[in-house]
Every structure is written in structure tokens, then in C-alpha cells.
Design a protein. Structure first.
Length: 259
């Protein structure tokens, strides 16, 4: 399927690995010129080189902390006029409700709510002026079904979801869509982190922790970054202009709900 994205320009946040890298790879394959971002330069440069090696598009890499004003400005300056924005940030640490201080909540909100909002505020006016744009926010299945040990993520990402719900309807008349992708467990470093915590808490091996978690997923496996990236690329495509303000689960059926 031709996604109609050749020659478009995109920013993909936190794209040196995991779901962000999957999105960057899929958009690059569709002919999008991409600006990749992450905090660790060595990891980011290696990821960008791997996409360049695959060929066919322009890849820039900007090592910066997207949660800071300076980091956001560095990425925006490198990108210029962008047609596509994919926001992403690693999830805050798991724990119990009484583990977290105000500073913990502020850090989670900065990374998983306020930074994506600031990026949208920076790029949406240009997209609206040009009459076309796509924003995809990588959030979490926890905004549909809260995960008790991920209270920081539940809170911050739900706040972002509320912002998108209203804003997406305001910018849609200008040909700009904003949607959220809600991942369940994928085979990424985040899954390793969560499974490590679970293994320690239950006094079982990593293999047993993985098998236990996979048994809760109807698909009986973790998702792949490739299929997540493909879903992101479709939401950015010319075929998705009538999808506005949606929260789309990619969780192997893990959230048990009708709507």
C-alpha cells in the first residue's frame, strides 16, 4: 500500500530503540525524511546509522532531552517545517501508591504529558497553515485500563489523552489529525524492566515471569516493534485523514473491554 508519505518530514521522539525506533524505521521505509531524537548520543547515532543503511531517505539525529525547553528547541531547529510528529517517552518506574513523592509525579508529568503537549504546540500552527499534518502520541494501554503498579504513568498519560481529545477536534478542520497509540507489552527494554521487577517480587526466573505475563495476553505473545511501527505509519498516511482523536490499542487483546 502506498502511504502517500514520500517527501514528508517527521520528528520521532525517543526513537533510538524500542517503539520509537519501530516508528522511525516504518516512516523511513515509507519515504519520510526523519529527525530522530533521544538523550544518549551513541545509541541514537547507531540507530540512525542502521536506518540510513537501509537506504532511501534522509535521516538526522539530535541527541537532546526532549523534556527540557532547550532539548525541544534543538530538535525543532534541526527539523524545520515538519509534517509528522511522533511523541514518545519512556515510562516512569513502577511502584505502589505510597512510594511516590510530588517530585516523582512532576517528573512523570513533564516527560509523559507536558513535553508532548509542548511539541504539539510548536508544530501544529505550521501544519495548520500548510493544510496537512499528522501527530501520533505513543501513550499506554493504561489509559484504557489502569495498571496499579504504574500509577505515575496512569496519571500523566491520561492527562495527555484529555488534552488530545479536545485539541484534535480543534485542528481537524485544517487537515491535521492527532491520535494516540496505546501499546500493551512489546518486546522492548520496558518489558525487560517490568519482567525483572515481577520476577524479583514473585521469586521466579525471568523466563517464568515472561511466560506468566504472556499468559494474560490473548495473543499469547509480546508485540513487536515492527508491527507497532506499521500501525504508526498508517496513522500518518494519506489513508488516515478521517481518524481523529482516537485511542488505538495495540495490546494483543490484553484490555478486556467492549469499547
Amino acid at each position: 500500500m502506498d502511504l502517500g508519505l514520500a517527501g514528508k518530514r517527521a520528528i520521532i521522539c525517543a526513537s533510538s530503540k524500542g517503539l520509537g525506533f519501530g516508528c522511525a524505521s516504518a516512516l523511513a521505509e515509507a519515504g519520510v525524511e526523519i529527525v530522530m531524537n533521544a538523550r544518549t548520543k551513541e545509541t541514537l547515532d547507531a540507530a540512525a546509522d542502521s536506518i540510513r543503511t537501509a537506504g532511501g531517505t534522509v535521516v538526522a539525529a539530535v541527541a537532546a532531552d526532549i523534556t527540557t525547553p532547550q532539548g525541544r528547541q534543538a530538535v525543532l531547529d534541526a527539523a524545520g517545517d515538519v509534517d509528522i510528529l511522533v511523541t514518545n517517552a519512556g515510562g516512569p518506574p513502577p511502584g505502589m501508591w505510597n512510594d511516590w513523592s510530588r517530585d516523582d509525579f512532576i517528573a512523570a508529568i513533564d516527560a509523559n504529558m507536558l513535553a508532548p503537549i509542548a511539541m504539539m504546540q510548536a508544530v501544529l500552527p505550521g501544519m495548520m497553515d500548510r493544510g496537512w499534518g499528522r501527530v501520533v502520541n505513543i501513550t499506554s494501554q493504561s489509559v484504557k485500563a489502569p495498571i496499579a503498579v504504574l500509577g505515575l504513568s496512569n496519571a500523566a498519560r491520561t492527562g495527555l489523552t484529555g488534552f488530545v481529545a479536545g485539541t484534535s477536534r480543534q485542528v481537524a478542520p485544517s487537515g491535521v489529525t492527532i491520535n494516540n497509540l496505546l501499546p500493551g507489552i512489546h518486546a522492548t527494554d520496558r518489558a525487560v524492566s517490568l519482567d525483572t521487577v515481577a520476577a524479583k517480587a514473585d521469586n521466579i526466573t525471568m523466563e517464568e515471569a515472561i511466560a506468566k505475563r504472556q499468559a494474560t495476553i490473548p495473543a499469547r505473545r509480546y508485540g513487536t516493534i515492527e508491527e507497532f511501527g506499521a500501525a504508526c505509519a498508517f496513522l500518518c498516511s494519506k489513508h488516515a485523514g478521517f481518524i481523529v482523536g482516537q485511542n488505538i490499542l495495540l495490546d494483543g487483546g490484553g484490555v478486556n473491554s467492549t469499547l
